[in-house]
Design a protein around this ligand. Structure first.
Ligand code: IMP
Length: 197
């Protein structure tokens, strides 16, 4: 099976590679970043599904007849009215670094969130099979926002996200936990449980 992942995010790509190759040992997993003429489309949808579809369709136009997987994911924080949500990657500005997004989040928590630190990661996967048929898969990881960043693993908001039932942040726990329990892992497990090859 040949999978093309519509992401330039190395953290996400590594997670997809690990999970796909665990379930399909012969799978070849490529990233859109390998295509010289690919530029990621504007993610101007209102929902995770809208944006995952935008990414999946734009990659499918360049790579027909292979498996295409696009995810759109983000962090919803209850005390911030579920922000940053679909704006997670650009919370502190269009080209914001992960550290800038985390700093803005912690600042907004102080200003707005009060004592409610509950949060969840959401993932929506849009998959096209080589025949061009679309399927949609979801995954969620519940948790809360820590008061300070901790840990060195992962990417994005991992240093400030403590999964429910854990005391460490995702960036402290490391890849083993995410590969089993993350929002992306759950959405991908849903795809894997339904796929027919
Ligand atoms: P996307 O690439 O447009 O889907 O943006 C997703 C953004 O949500 C990322 O840039 C991160 O800021 C955040 N995000 C999504 N998944 C994770 C995760 O597993 N850990 C930490 N941050 C994440």
């Amino acid at each position: 099976m040949e999978f093309w992942i519509a992401t330039g995010n190395k953290g996400k790509l590594e997670e997809f590679k690990l999970l796909l190759q665990k379930n399909f040992p012969e799978a070849k997993v490529h990233s859109a970043a390998e295509l010289p003429h690919y530029s990621s489309p504007p993610e101007n949808g209102q929902t995770f599904l809208d944006n995952a579809r935008i990414k999946a369709r734009s990659l499918k136009a360049m790579k027909p007849n292979v498996w295409i997987i696009a995810d759109d994911s983000g962090l919803e924080v209850e005390g911030l009215g579920n922000l940053p949500g679909v704006h997670s990657a650009r919370y502190a500005g269009p080209k914001a670094a992960d550290s800038e997004n985390v700093a803005k989040l912690l600042k907004m928590m102080l200003i707005r969130a009060g004592t409610n630190r509950k949060a969840r990661f959401q993932c929506c996967l849009v998959v096209f099979n080589p025949a061009g048929e679309e399927s949609v898969h979801y995954g969620t990881l519940e948790g809360e926002i820590s008061k300070t960043p901790r840990g060195v693993h992962g990417f994005g908001y991992d240093p400030v996200f403590v999964p429910a039932g854990q005391t460490q942040t995702l960036a402290e726990i490391g890849a083993g936990f995410k590969n089993q329990h993350s929002h992306r892992a759950k959405a991908l497990q849903d795809f894997i449980s339904k796929v027919t090859v």
